[in-house]
Design a protein around this ligand. Structure first.
Ligand SMILES: [Zn+2]
Length: 145
C-alpha cells in the first residue's frame, strides 16, 4: 500500500508513520477506526431538527404574536379614544344644564387617558420586538463572519 505525503506529495510505500522525503506524519499510518463512531454520533446530534430549526421557527411565531398584540392594542387605544369622546359628547348633549361641556371634556379626557395608556403599552411592546429582532439579526450577522 502506498501513501501520498500531505506536505510534499512524495509517494511513500509500506506502513511508515513518517514521510521518507520530508518527515511529515502520514495520515494513513494512524489507525482510522477509533475516532469515527464519536464523530458520526456528534454530527447526527447537531444536525437534528430539534436543536437547529425548531427554535428559530418558534421565535418567528413569537414575533408574529407580539406584533399582532401590538397592533391590536393600537386599535384598542383608538377605540377607547373615540368611545370616550363620543360618550362624553352624547352625555353632554343630553344634559339640559350648563354642565354639558364638562361631560364632553370628561369623556374626551377619560378616552384620551385610556388611549395614552394602551398606546404606551403597544409602543413598549413594539420597542421590545425591535430590540429582540435587532439583537437576533446582529447575532446572525456575527455568526456569518
Ligand atoms: Zn513528505
Amino acid at each position: 500500500m502506498s501513501v501520498t505525503c500531505p506536505r510534499c506529495k512524495a509517494i511513500n510505500t509500506g506502513d511508515s508513520a513518517f514521510c521518507i522525503s520530508c518527515g511529515a506524519p502520514l495520515e494513513a499510518s494512524t489507525p482510522p477506526t477509533p475516532a469515527a463512531p464519536f464523530v458520526q454520533s456528534y454530527q447526527t446530534q447537531s444536525s437534528s431538527p430539534v436543536s437547529a430549526d425548531v427554535p428559530l421557527v418558534m421565535i418567528e411565531e413569537r414575533y408574529k404574536t407580539l406584533r399582532a398584540i401590538s397592533s391590536f392594542l393600537t386599535v384598542l387605544a383608538w377605540i377607547f379614544l373615540v368611545i370616550g369622546g363620543l360618550s362624553g359628547i352624547m352625555m353632554g348633549l343630553s344634559q339640559d344644564t350648563g354642565m354639558g361641556l364638562l361631560f364632553v371634556l370628561a369623556g374626551i379626557l377619560a378616552g384620551g387617558l385610556l388611549f395614552s395608556i394602551v398606546k404606551a403599552y403597544a409602543e413598549l411592546l413594539q420597542i421590545v420586538i425591535d430590540i429582540e429582532e435587532n439583537t437576533r439579526l446582529t447575532a446572525e450577522l456575527l455568526e456569518r463572519k
